[in-house]
Ligand binder design. Structure first.
Ligand code: PLP
Length: 458
């Protein structure tokens, strides 16, 4: 019997799950009534559930499986590392070979201002580290009043207290009285949803200048950093207008504030460049990374620290009282090294830029013709479809927001494709190893899902 065969009836597994497991981002009551979806096996871009159904993993797990599932090379690298040194920490001036090798590799792969990494276990921990590092940096620079970090409404930076606070998800803020003090949010560059009568370029400038307005209002001497994802992922794959990032770069330079590019989704080839910052020509001072760093094989993240920030710590800092038991875990570093080696050997980033990226984009953008679709957008291998009630008035939203998206997502599952719904936008972010045939299947299943949803709404 293959290792992935399911030994238990799905209903039994669901009952045991509901009895003992509180899931992230899940309505626990609904889960107890409806049961969970149980994934038992994955290979390449394909998932299998406990009933043997197969799905195309259009979300690369949670935007993380760059090299696809089931790569033996990574499994073997982890096995070898665990046999040699299962665990040791990186606190108190200690380290081990995999942490050294991965740090060096990251310094090579990231833009030139980055020569150092602070290891963490996840994207959320990376942003908690950012929060403390920004404030510590300004303390060291003798400008400790620069406490405020500006983020964006509908940005996502994780689920811990700092991550939730820096993010701009109002539903998350409403649980736990967040954000913490010292965080301010500005408008997002979401032209389709919020651009009104402005052209995308006008709106991009307007949204960027919200940063300048906020800095002036708060007081430039009090602002420490601006944090943003190059392309917002969890907010709905919001691809900013071309005018946005150049204007943001001008503003952060003018006020000398730190720029934090959250690369947890955009990093490691998602946009067809190693990092989203390179795609947009921006020069961040700090860069949180996770997800694609190990393709999700084991949990690992980091904060890339530019020379500007690192030098302050080296020249003026004492101990940085911050770190995690699993910062630079040897097995996780080994998984990340093997993953990056596969990405380099198989030229996955180049593939997204000049092969599978343009191939899927052309087919995806053609879905804009569907009567349910107001906009089809994609950059690299991450895209969204905006579902709308009336093609003639294509930027009008459904009311209430979100129901049609959820319906469409469920239909998509039944059609063998994992897409995610954010409001009424349908999101995909497939593994970077997606073949042309698999891209065709992805688009056929999306087309069928749109047709079925359209019929269901009649
Ligand atoms: N930052 C961004 C841009 C993300 O998309 C995410 C997760 O989706 C995070 C941070 C948080 O990462 P994690 O879930 O690994 O804590």
């Amino acid at each position: 019997m293959p290792a992935h065969s399911n030994l238990y009836p799905t209903k039994d597994l669901q009952a045991r799950d509901a009895a003992h497991h509180i899931h992230p981002f899940t309505d626990t009551g609904a889960l107890s009534r409806e049961g969970s979806r149980i994934i038992t096996h994955a290979e390449g871009v394909w998932l299998t559930d406990s009933d043997g159904n197969r799905y195309l993993d259009g979300m690369a797990g949670l935007w993380c499986s760059q090299v696809g599932h089931g790569r033996k090379e990574i499994v073997e690298a982890v096995h070898a590392q665990m046999s040699e040194l299962d665990y040791y920490n990186t606190f108190f001036k200690t380290t081990h070979p995999p942490a050294i090798e991965l740090a060096e590799k990251l310094a090579e792969l990231t833009p030139p201002q980055f020569n150092r990494v602070f290891f963490v276990g996840s994207g959320s921990e990376a942003n908690d580290t950012v929060f403390r590092m920004v404030r510590t940096y300004w303390d060291l620079m003798g400008e400790g009043e620069r406490k405020v970090i500006i983020g964006r409404w509908n940005g996502y930076h994780g689920s811990t207290l700092a991550g939730t606070s820096l993010g701009g998800m109002k539903a998350m803020h409403s649980q736990g009285d967040l954000p913490v003090p010292g965080v301010h949010h500005i408008a997002q560059p979401y032209w389709f949803g919020e651009g009104g009568d402005m052209s995308p370029d006008e709106f991009g400038l307007w949204a960027a200048r919200e940063l300048e307005r906020a800095i002036e209002e708060i007081g430039p001497e009090k602002v420490g950093a601006f944090i943003a994802e190059p392309v917002q992922g969890a907010g709905g794959v919001i691809i900013p207008p071309d005018t946005y990032w150049p204007e943001i770069s001008r503003i952060v330079k003018k006020y000398n504030i730190l720029l934090v590019a959250d690369e947890v989704i955009c990093g490691f080839g998602r946009l067809g460049t190693w990092f989203g910052s390179e795609y947009y020509g921006i020069e961040p001072d700090l860069m949180p990374i996770a997800k694609g760093l190990s393709s999700g094989y084991l949990p690992i993240g980091g904060v890339m620290v530019s020379d500007r920030v690192a030098n302050a710590f080296i020249e003026r800092g004492g101990e940085f009282f911050h770190g995690y038991t699993y910062s630079g875990h040897p097995a996780c570093c080994a998984a990340a090294i093997a993953n990056l080696e596969i990405m380099q050997r198989e030229k996955l980033v180049e593939r997204v830029a000049s092969d599978i990226g343009p191939y899927l984009q052309a087919k995806w953008k053609a879905l804009a013709e569907h009567p349910l679709v107001g906009e089809a957008r994609m950059v690299g291998l991450v895209g969204a479809l905006e579902l709308v009630p009336a093609k003639g008035d294509r930027r009008k939203a459904f009311a209430p927001v979100g129901e049609v998206g959820t319906l469409c997502r469920d239909i998509s599952f039944n059609n063998g494709l994992v897409m995610r719904a954010v409001r009424d936008s349908m999101i995909i972010s497939p593994p970077l190893v997606l073949s042309h045939d698999e891209a065709d299947i992805l688009v056929e299943r999306t087309q069928k899902t749109l047709d079925d949803t359209y019929q269901a709404l009649k």
